[in-house]
Design a protein around this ligand. Structure first.
Ligand code: HEC
Length: 153
């Protein structure tokens, strides 16, 4: 019977509560809008703009295909995707930092990708495997640098 009493008491409690909830929602909605305005107005931290994010996601796609090309010894796939990575890395989406260190990481990435192209052309599995390893190492190294740099005050 307590359940019924609870149900019966609902209508008297709910209208006020609903009202309060709506006010709260409206207020938090405004807060979100303000927050969004602040976030949008603030200059995007370097490396987090849309062009970079899009380039980076494509990079992951090509890198994934490199691995599948490598394990299936599909040299055409290897070469094609390594070339795409080299091309992509020349775009402005990759210029996330203007530091000599960043330039070095980028150069190392391009070098490894270039080596992968050469190895794929020569149908050299060992060479391609080594170059792919260096490429992955360069991904991790640059990301490590970016994280460390971003966490600085
Ligand atoms: C020369 C530097 C550099 C190299 C090399 C590099 N990245 Fe990145 N990567 C970045 C930067 C800069 C970002 C953006 C980080 C940020 O949002 O602050 C990023 C972000 C990403 C992201 C996240 C994208 C998103 O949606 O936010 C992925 C995935 C990624 N990289 C994959 C890779 C892979 C795979 C490789 C190697 C094949 C690689 N990266 C090599 C600089 C690099």
């Amino acid at each position: 019977m307590t359940g019924q009493r609870r149900l019966a008491s609902r209508p008297t409690v709910n209208p006020n509560r609903k009202d309060a909830t709506m006010k709260l929602k409206a207020r938090s909605g405004l807060r979100w809008m303000l927050l969004a305005a602040v976030v949008l107005a603030a200059p995007a931290p370097s490396g987090r703009d849309d062009a970079t994010a899009a380039a980076m996601r494509r990079k992951l796609k090509y890198a994934d295909r490199l691995l599948s090309g490598l394990v299936t010894q599909d040299f055409g796939r290897l070469e094609g995707n390594a070339v795409k990575l080299v091309e992509l890395s020349g775009g402005s989406g990759w210029l996330a930092r203007q530091t000599p260190e960043y330039a070095l990481f980028l150069t190392e990435f391009q070098r490894a990708a270039g080596e992968l192209v050469t190895a794929a052309k020569a149908k050299d599995v060992e060479g391609a495997n080594a170059a792919n390893g260096q490429l992955t190492t360069s991904c991790v190294a640059c990301h490590k640098y970016i994280r460390g740099d971003a966490s600085k005050p």
